[in-house]
Design a protein around this ligand. Structure first.
Ligand code: AMP
Length: 223
């Protein structure tokens, strides 16, 4: 069922969507806000890979060297991980993918798997932020390992009592972020025409107050 075409999103029975955007665009922050409204699982390929690295699984050991350098983990590793995840029962009524697909082969593999399962994507939300803002956003980013909340030292400062436990991602350095931005333009941007041609791409301005951006995304999904 493709309820984007028939029903308002918040009353939707299923929602299969993707958040796309450069590193530091706010995909994780927005996903955490949106899933509260939609009641679907938030599936972040980056979070899954970081968990695998932490657990020291074979997948994690392989992924770690690419991630540290800000490079993309090979398609075959990420595709298997995500297709297995979205086949689980909690995704039957939908999911919000964040950080996947990031290459054209990943987008095509997702498309084929969904076609095989007889379901469709409802929307692809592209959060647009100029490159000039991305480095500063990522380098100042900190996350709370206990709650998963994401802060920015300047733009969204954390409460003083939790500062000591916050984590700075090892790929949020200037060097790794600039590689990640380049990879976004060379590897990920080519998925945009793929979704544009399907008529499900929604562009959202990702500059401004996070609350305002959440409202922009909801409005784009309802348009
Ligand atoms: P993220 O948390 O989405 O910024 O992802 C962090 C890192 O994990 C990326 O810089 C890549 O090294 C890796 N990664 C996450 N998702 C993917 C993906 N779909 N394809 C390849 N590598 C990925």
């Amino acid at each position: 069922m493709n309820c984007m075409r028939s029903t308002r999103v918040l009353g939707c029975r299923s929602m299969r969507m993707i958040l796309v955007g450069p590193p530091g665009a706010g995909k994780g922050t927005q996903a955490a806000r949106l899933i509260e409204s939609f009641g679907i699982p938030h599936i972040s390929s980056g979070d899954m890979l970081r968990a695998a690295v932490k657990e020291g699984t074979a997948l994690g050991v392989e992924a770690d060297r690419f991630m540290k350098a800000g490079k993309l983990v090979p398609d075959e590793v990420v595709i298997g991980m995500i297709l297995e995840r979205i086949a689980r029962p909690d995704c039957a009524a939908g999911f919000m993918l964040d950080g996947f697909p990031r290459t054209r082969p990943q987008a095509e593999a997702l498309d084929a798997a969904m076609r095989g399962a007889g379901v469709e994507l409802d929307a692809v939300v592209l959060i647009e932020v100029p490159d000039a803002l991305l480095e500063e956003r990522a380098v100042g980013r900190r996350s709370d390992p206990e709650t998963g909340a994401i802060y920015h030292l300047k733009y969204n400062p954390p409460p003083a009592e939790i500062v000591g436990r916050l984590v700075h991602r090892k790929d949020d350095t200037i060097e790794a972020v600039s590689t990640r931005i380049q990879k976004y333009h060379s590897e990920t941007a080519p998925i945009i025409p793929f979704y544009l041609s399907k008529g499900i791409l929604r562009r959202v301005d990702g500059v401004g107050d996070p609350d305002v951006i959440t409202e922009r995304i909801k409005a784009a999904l309802n348009s």
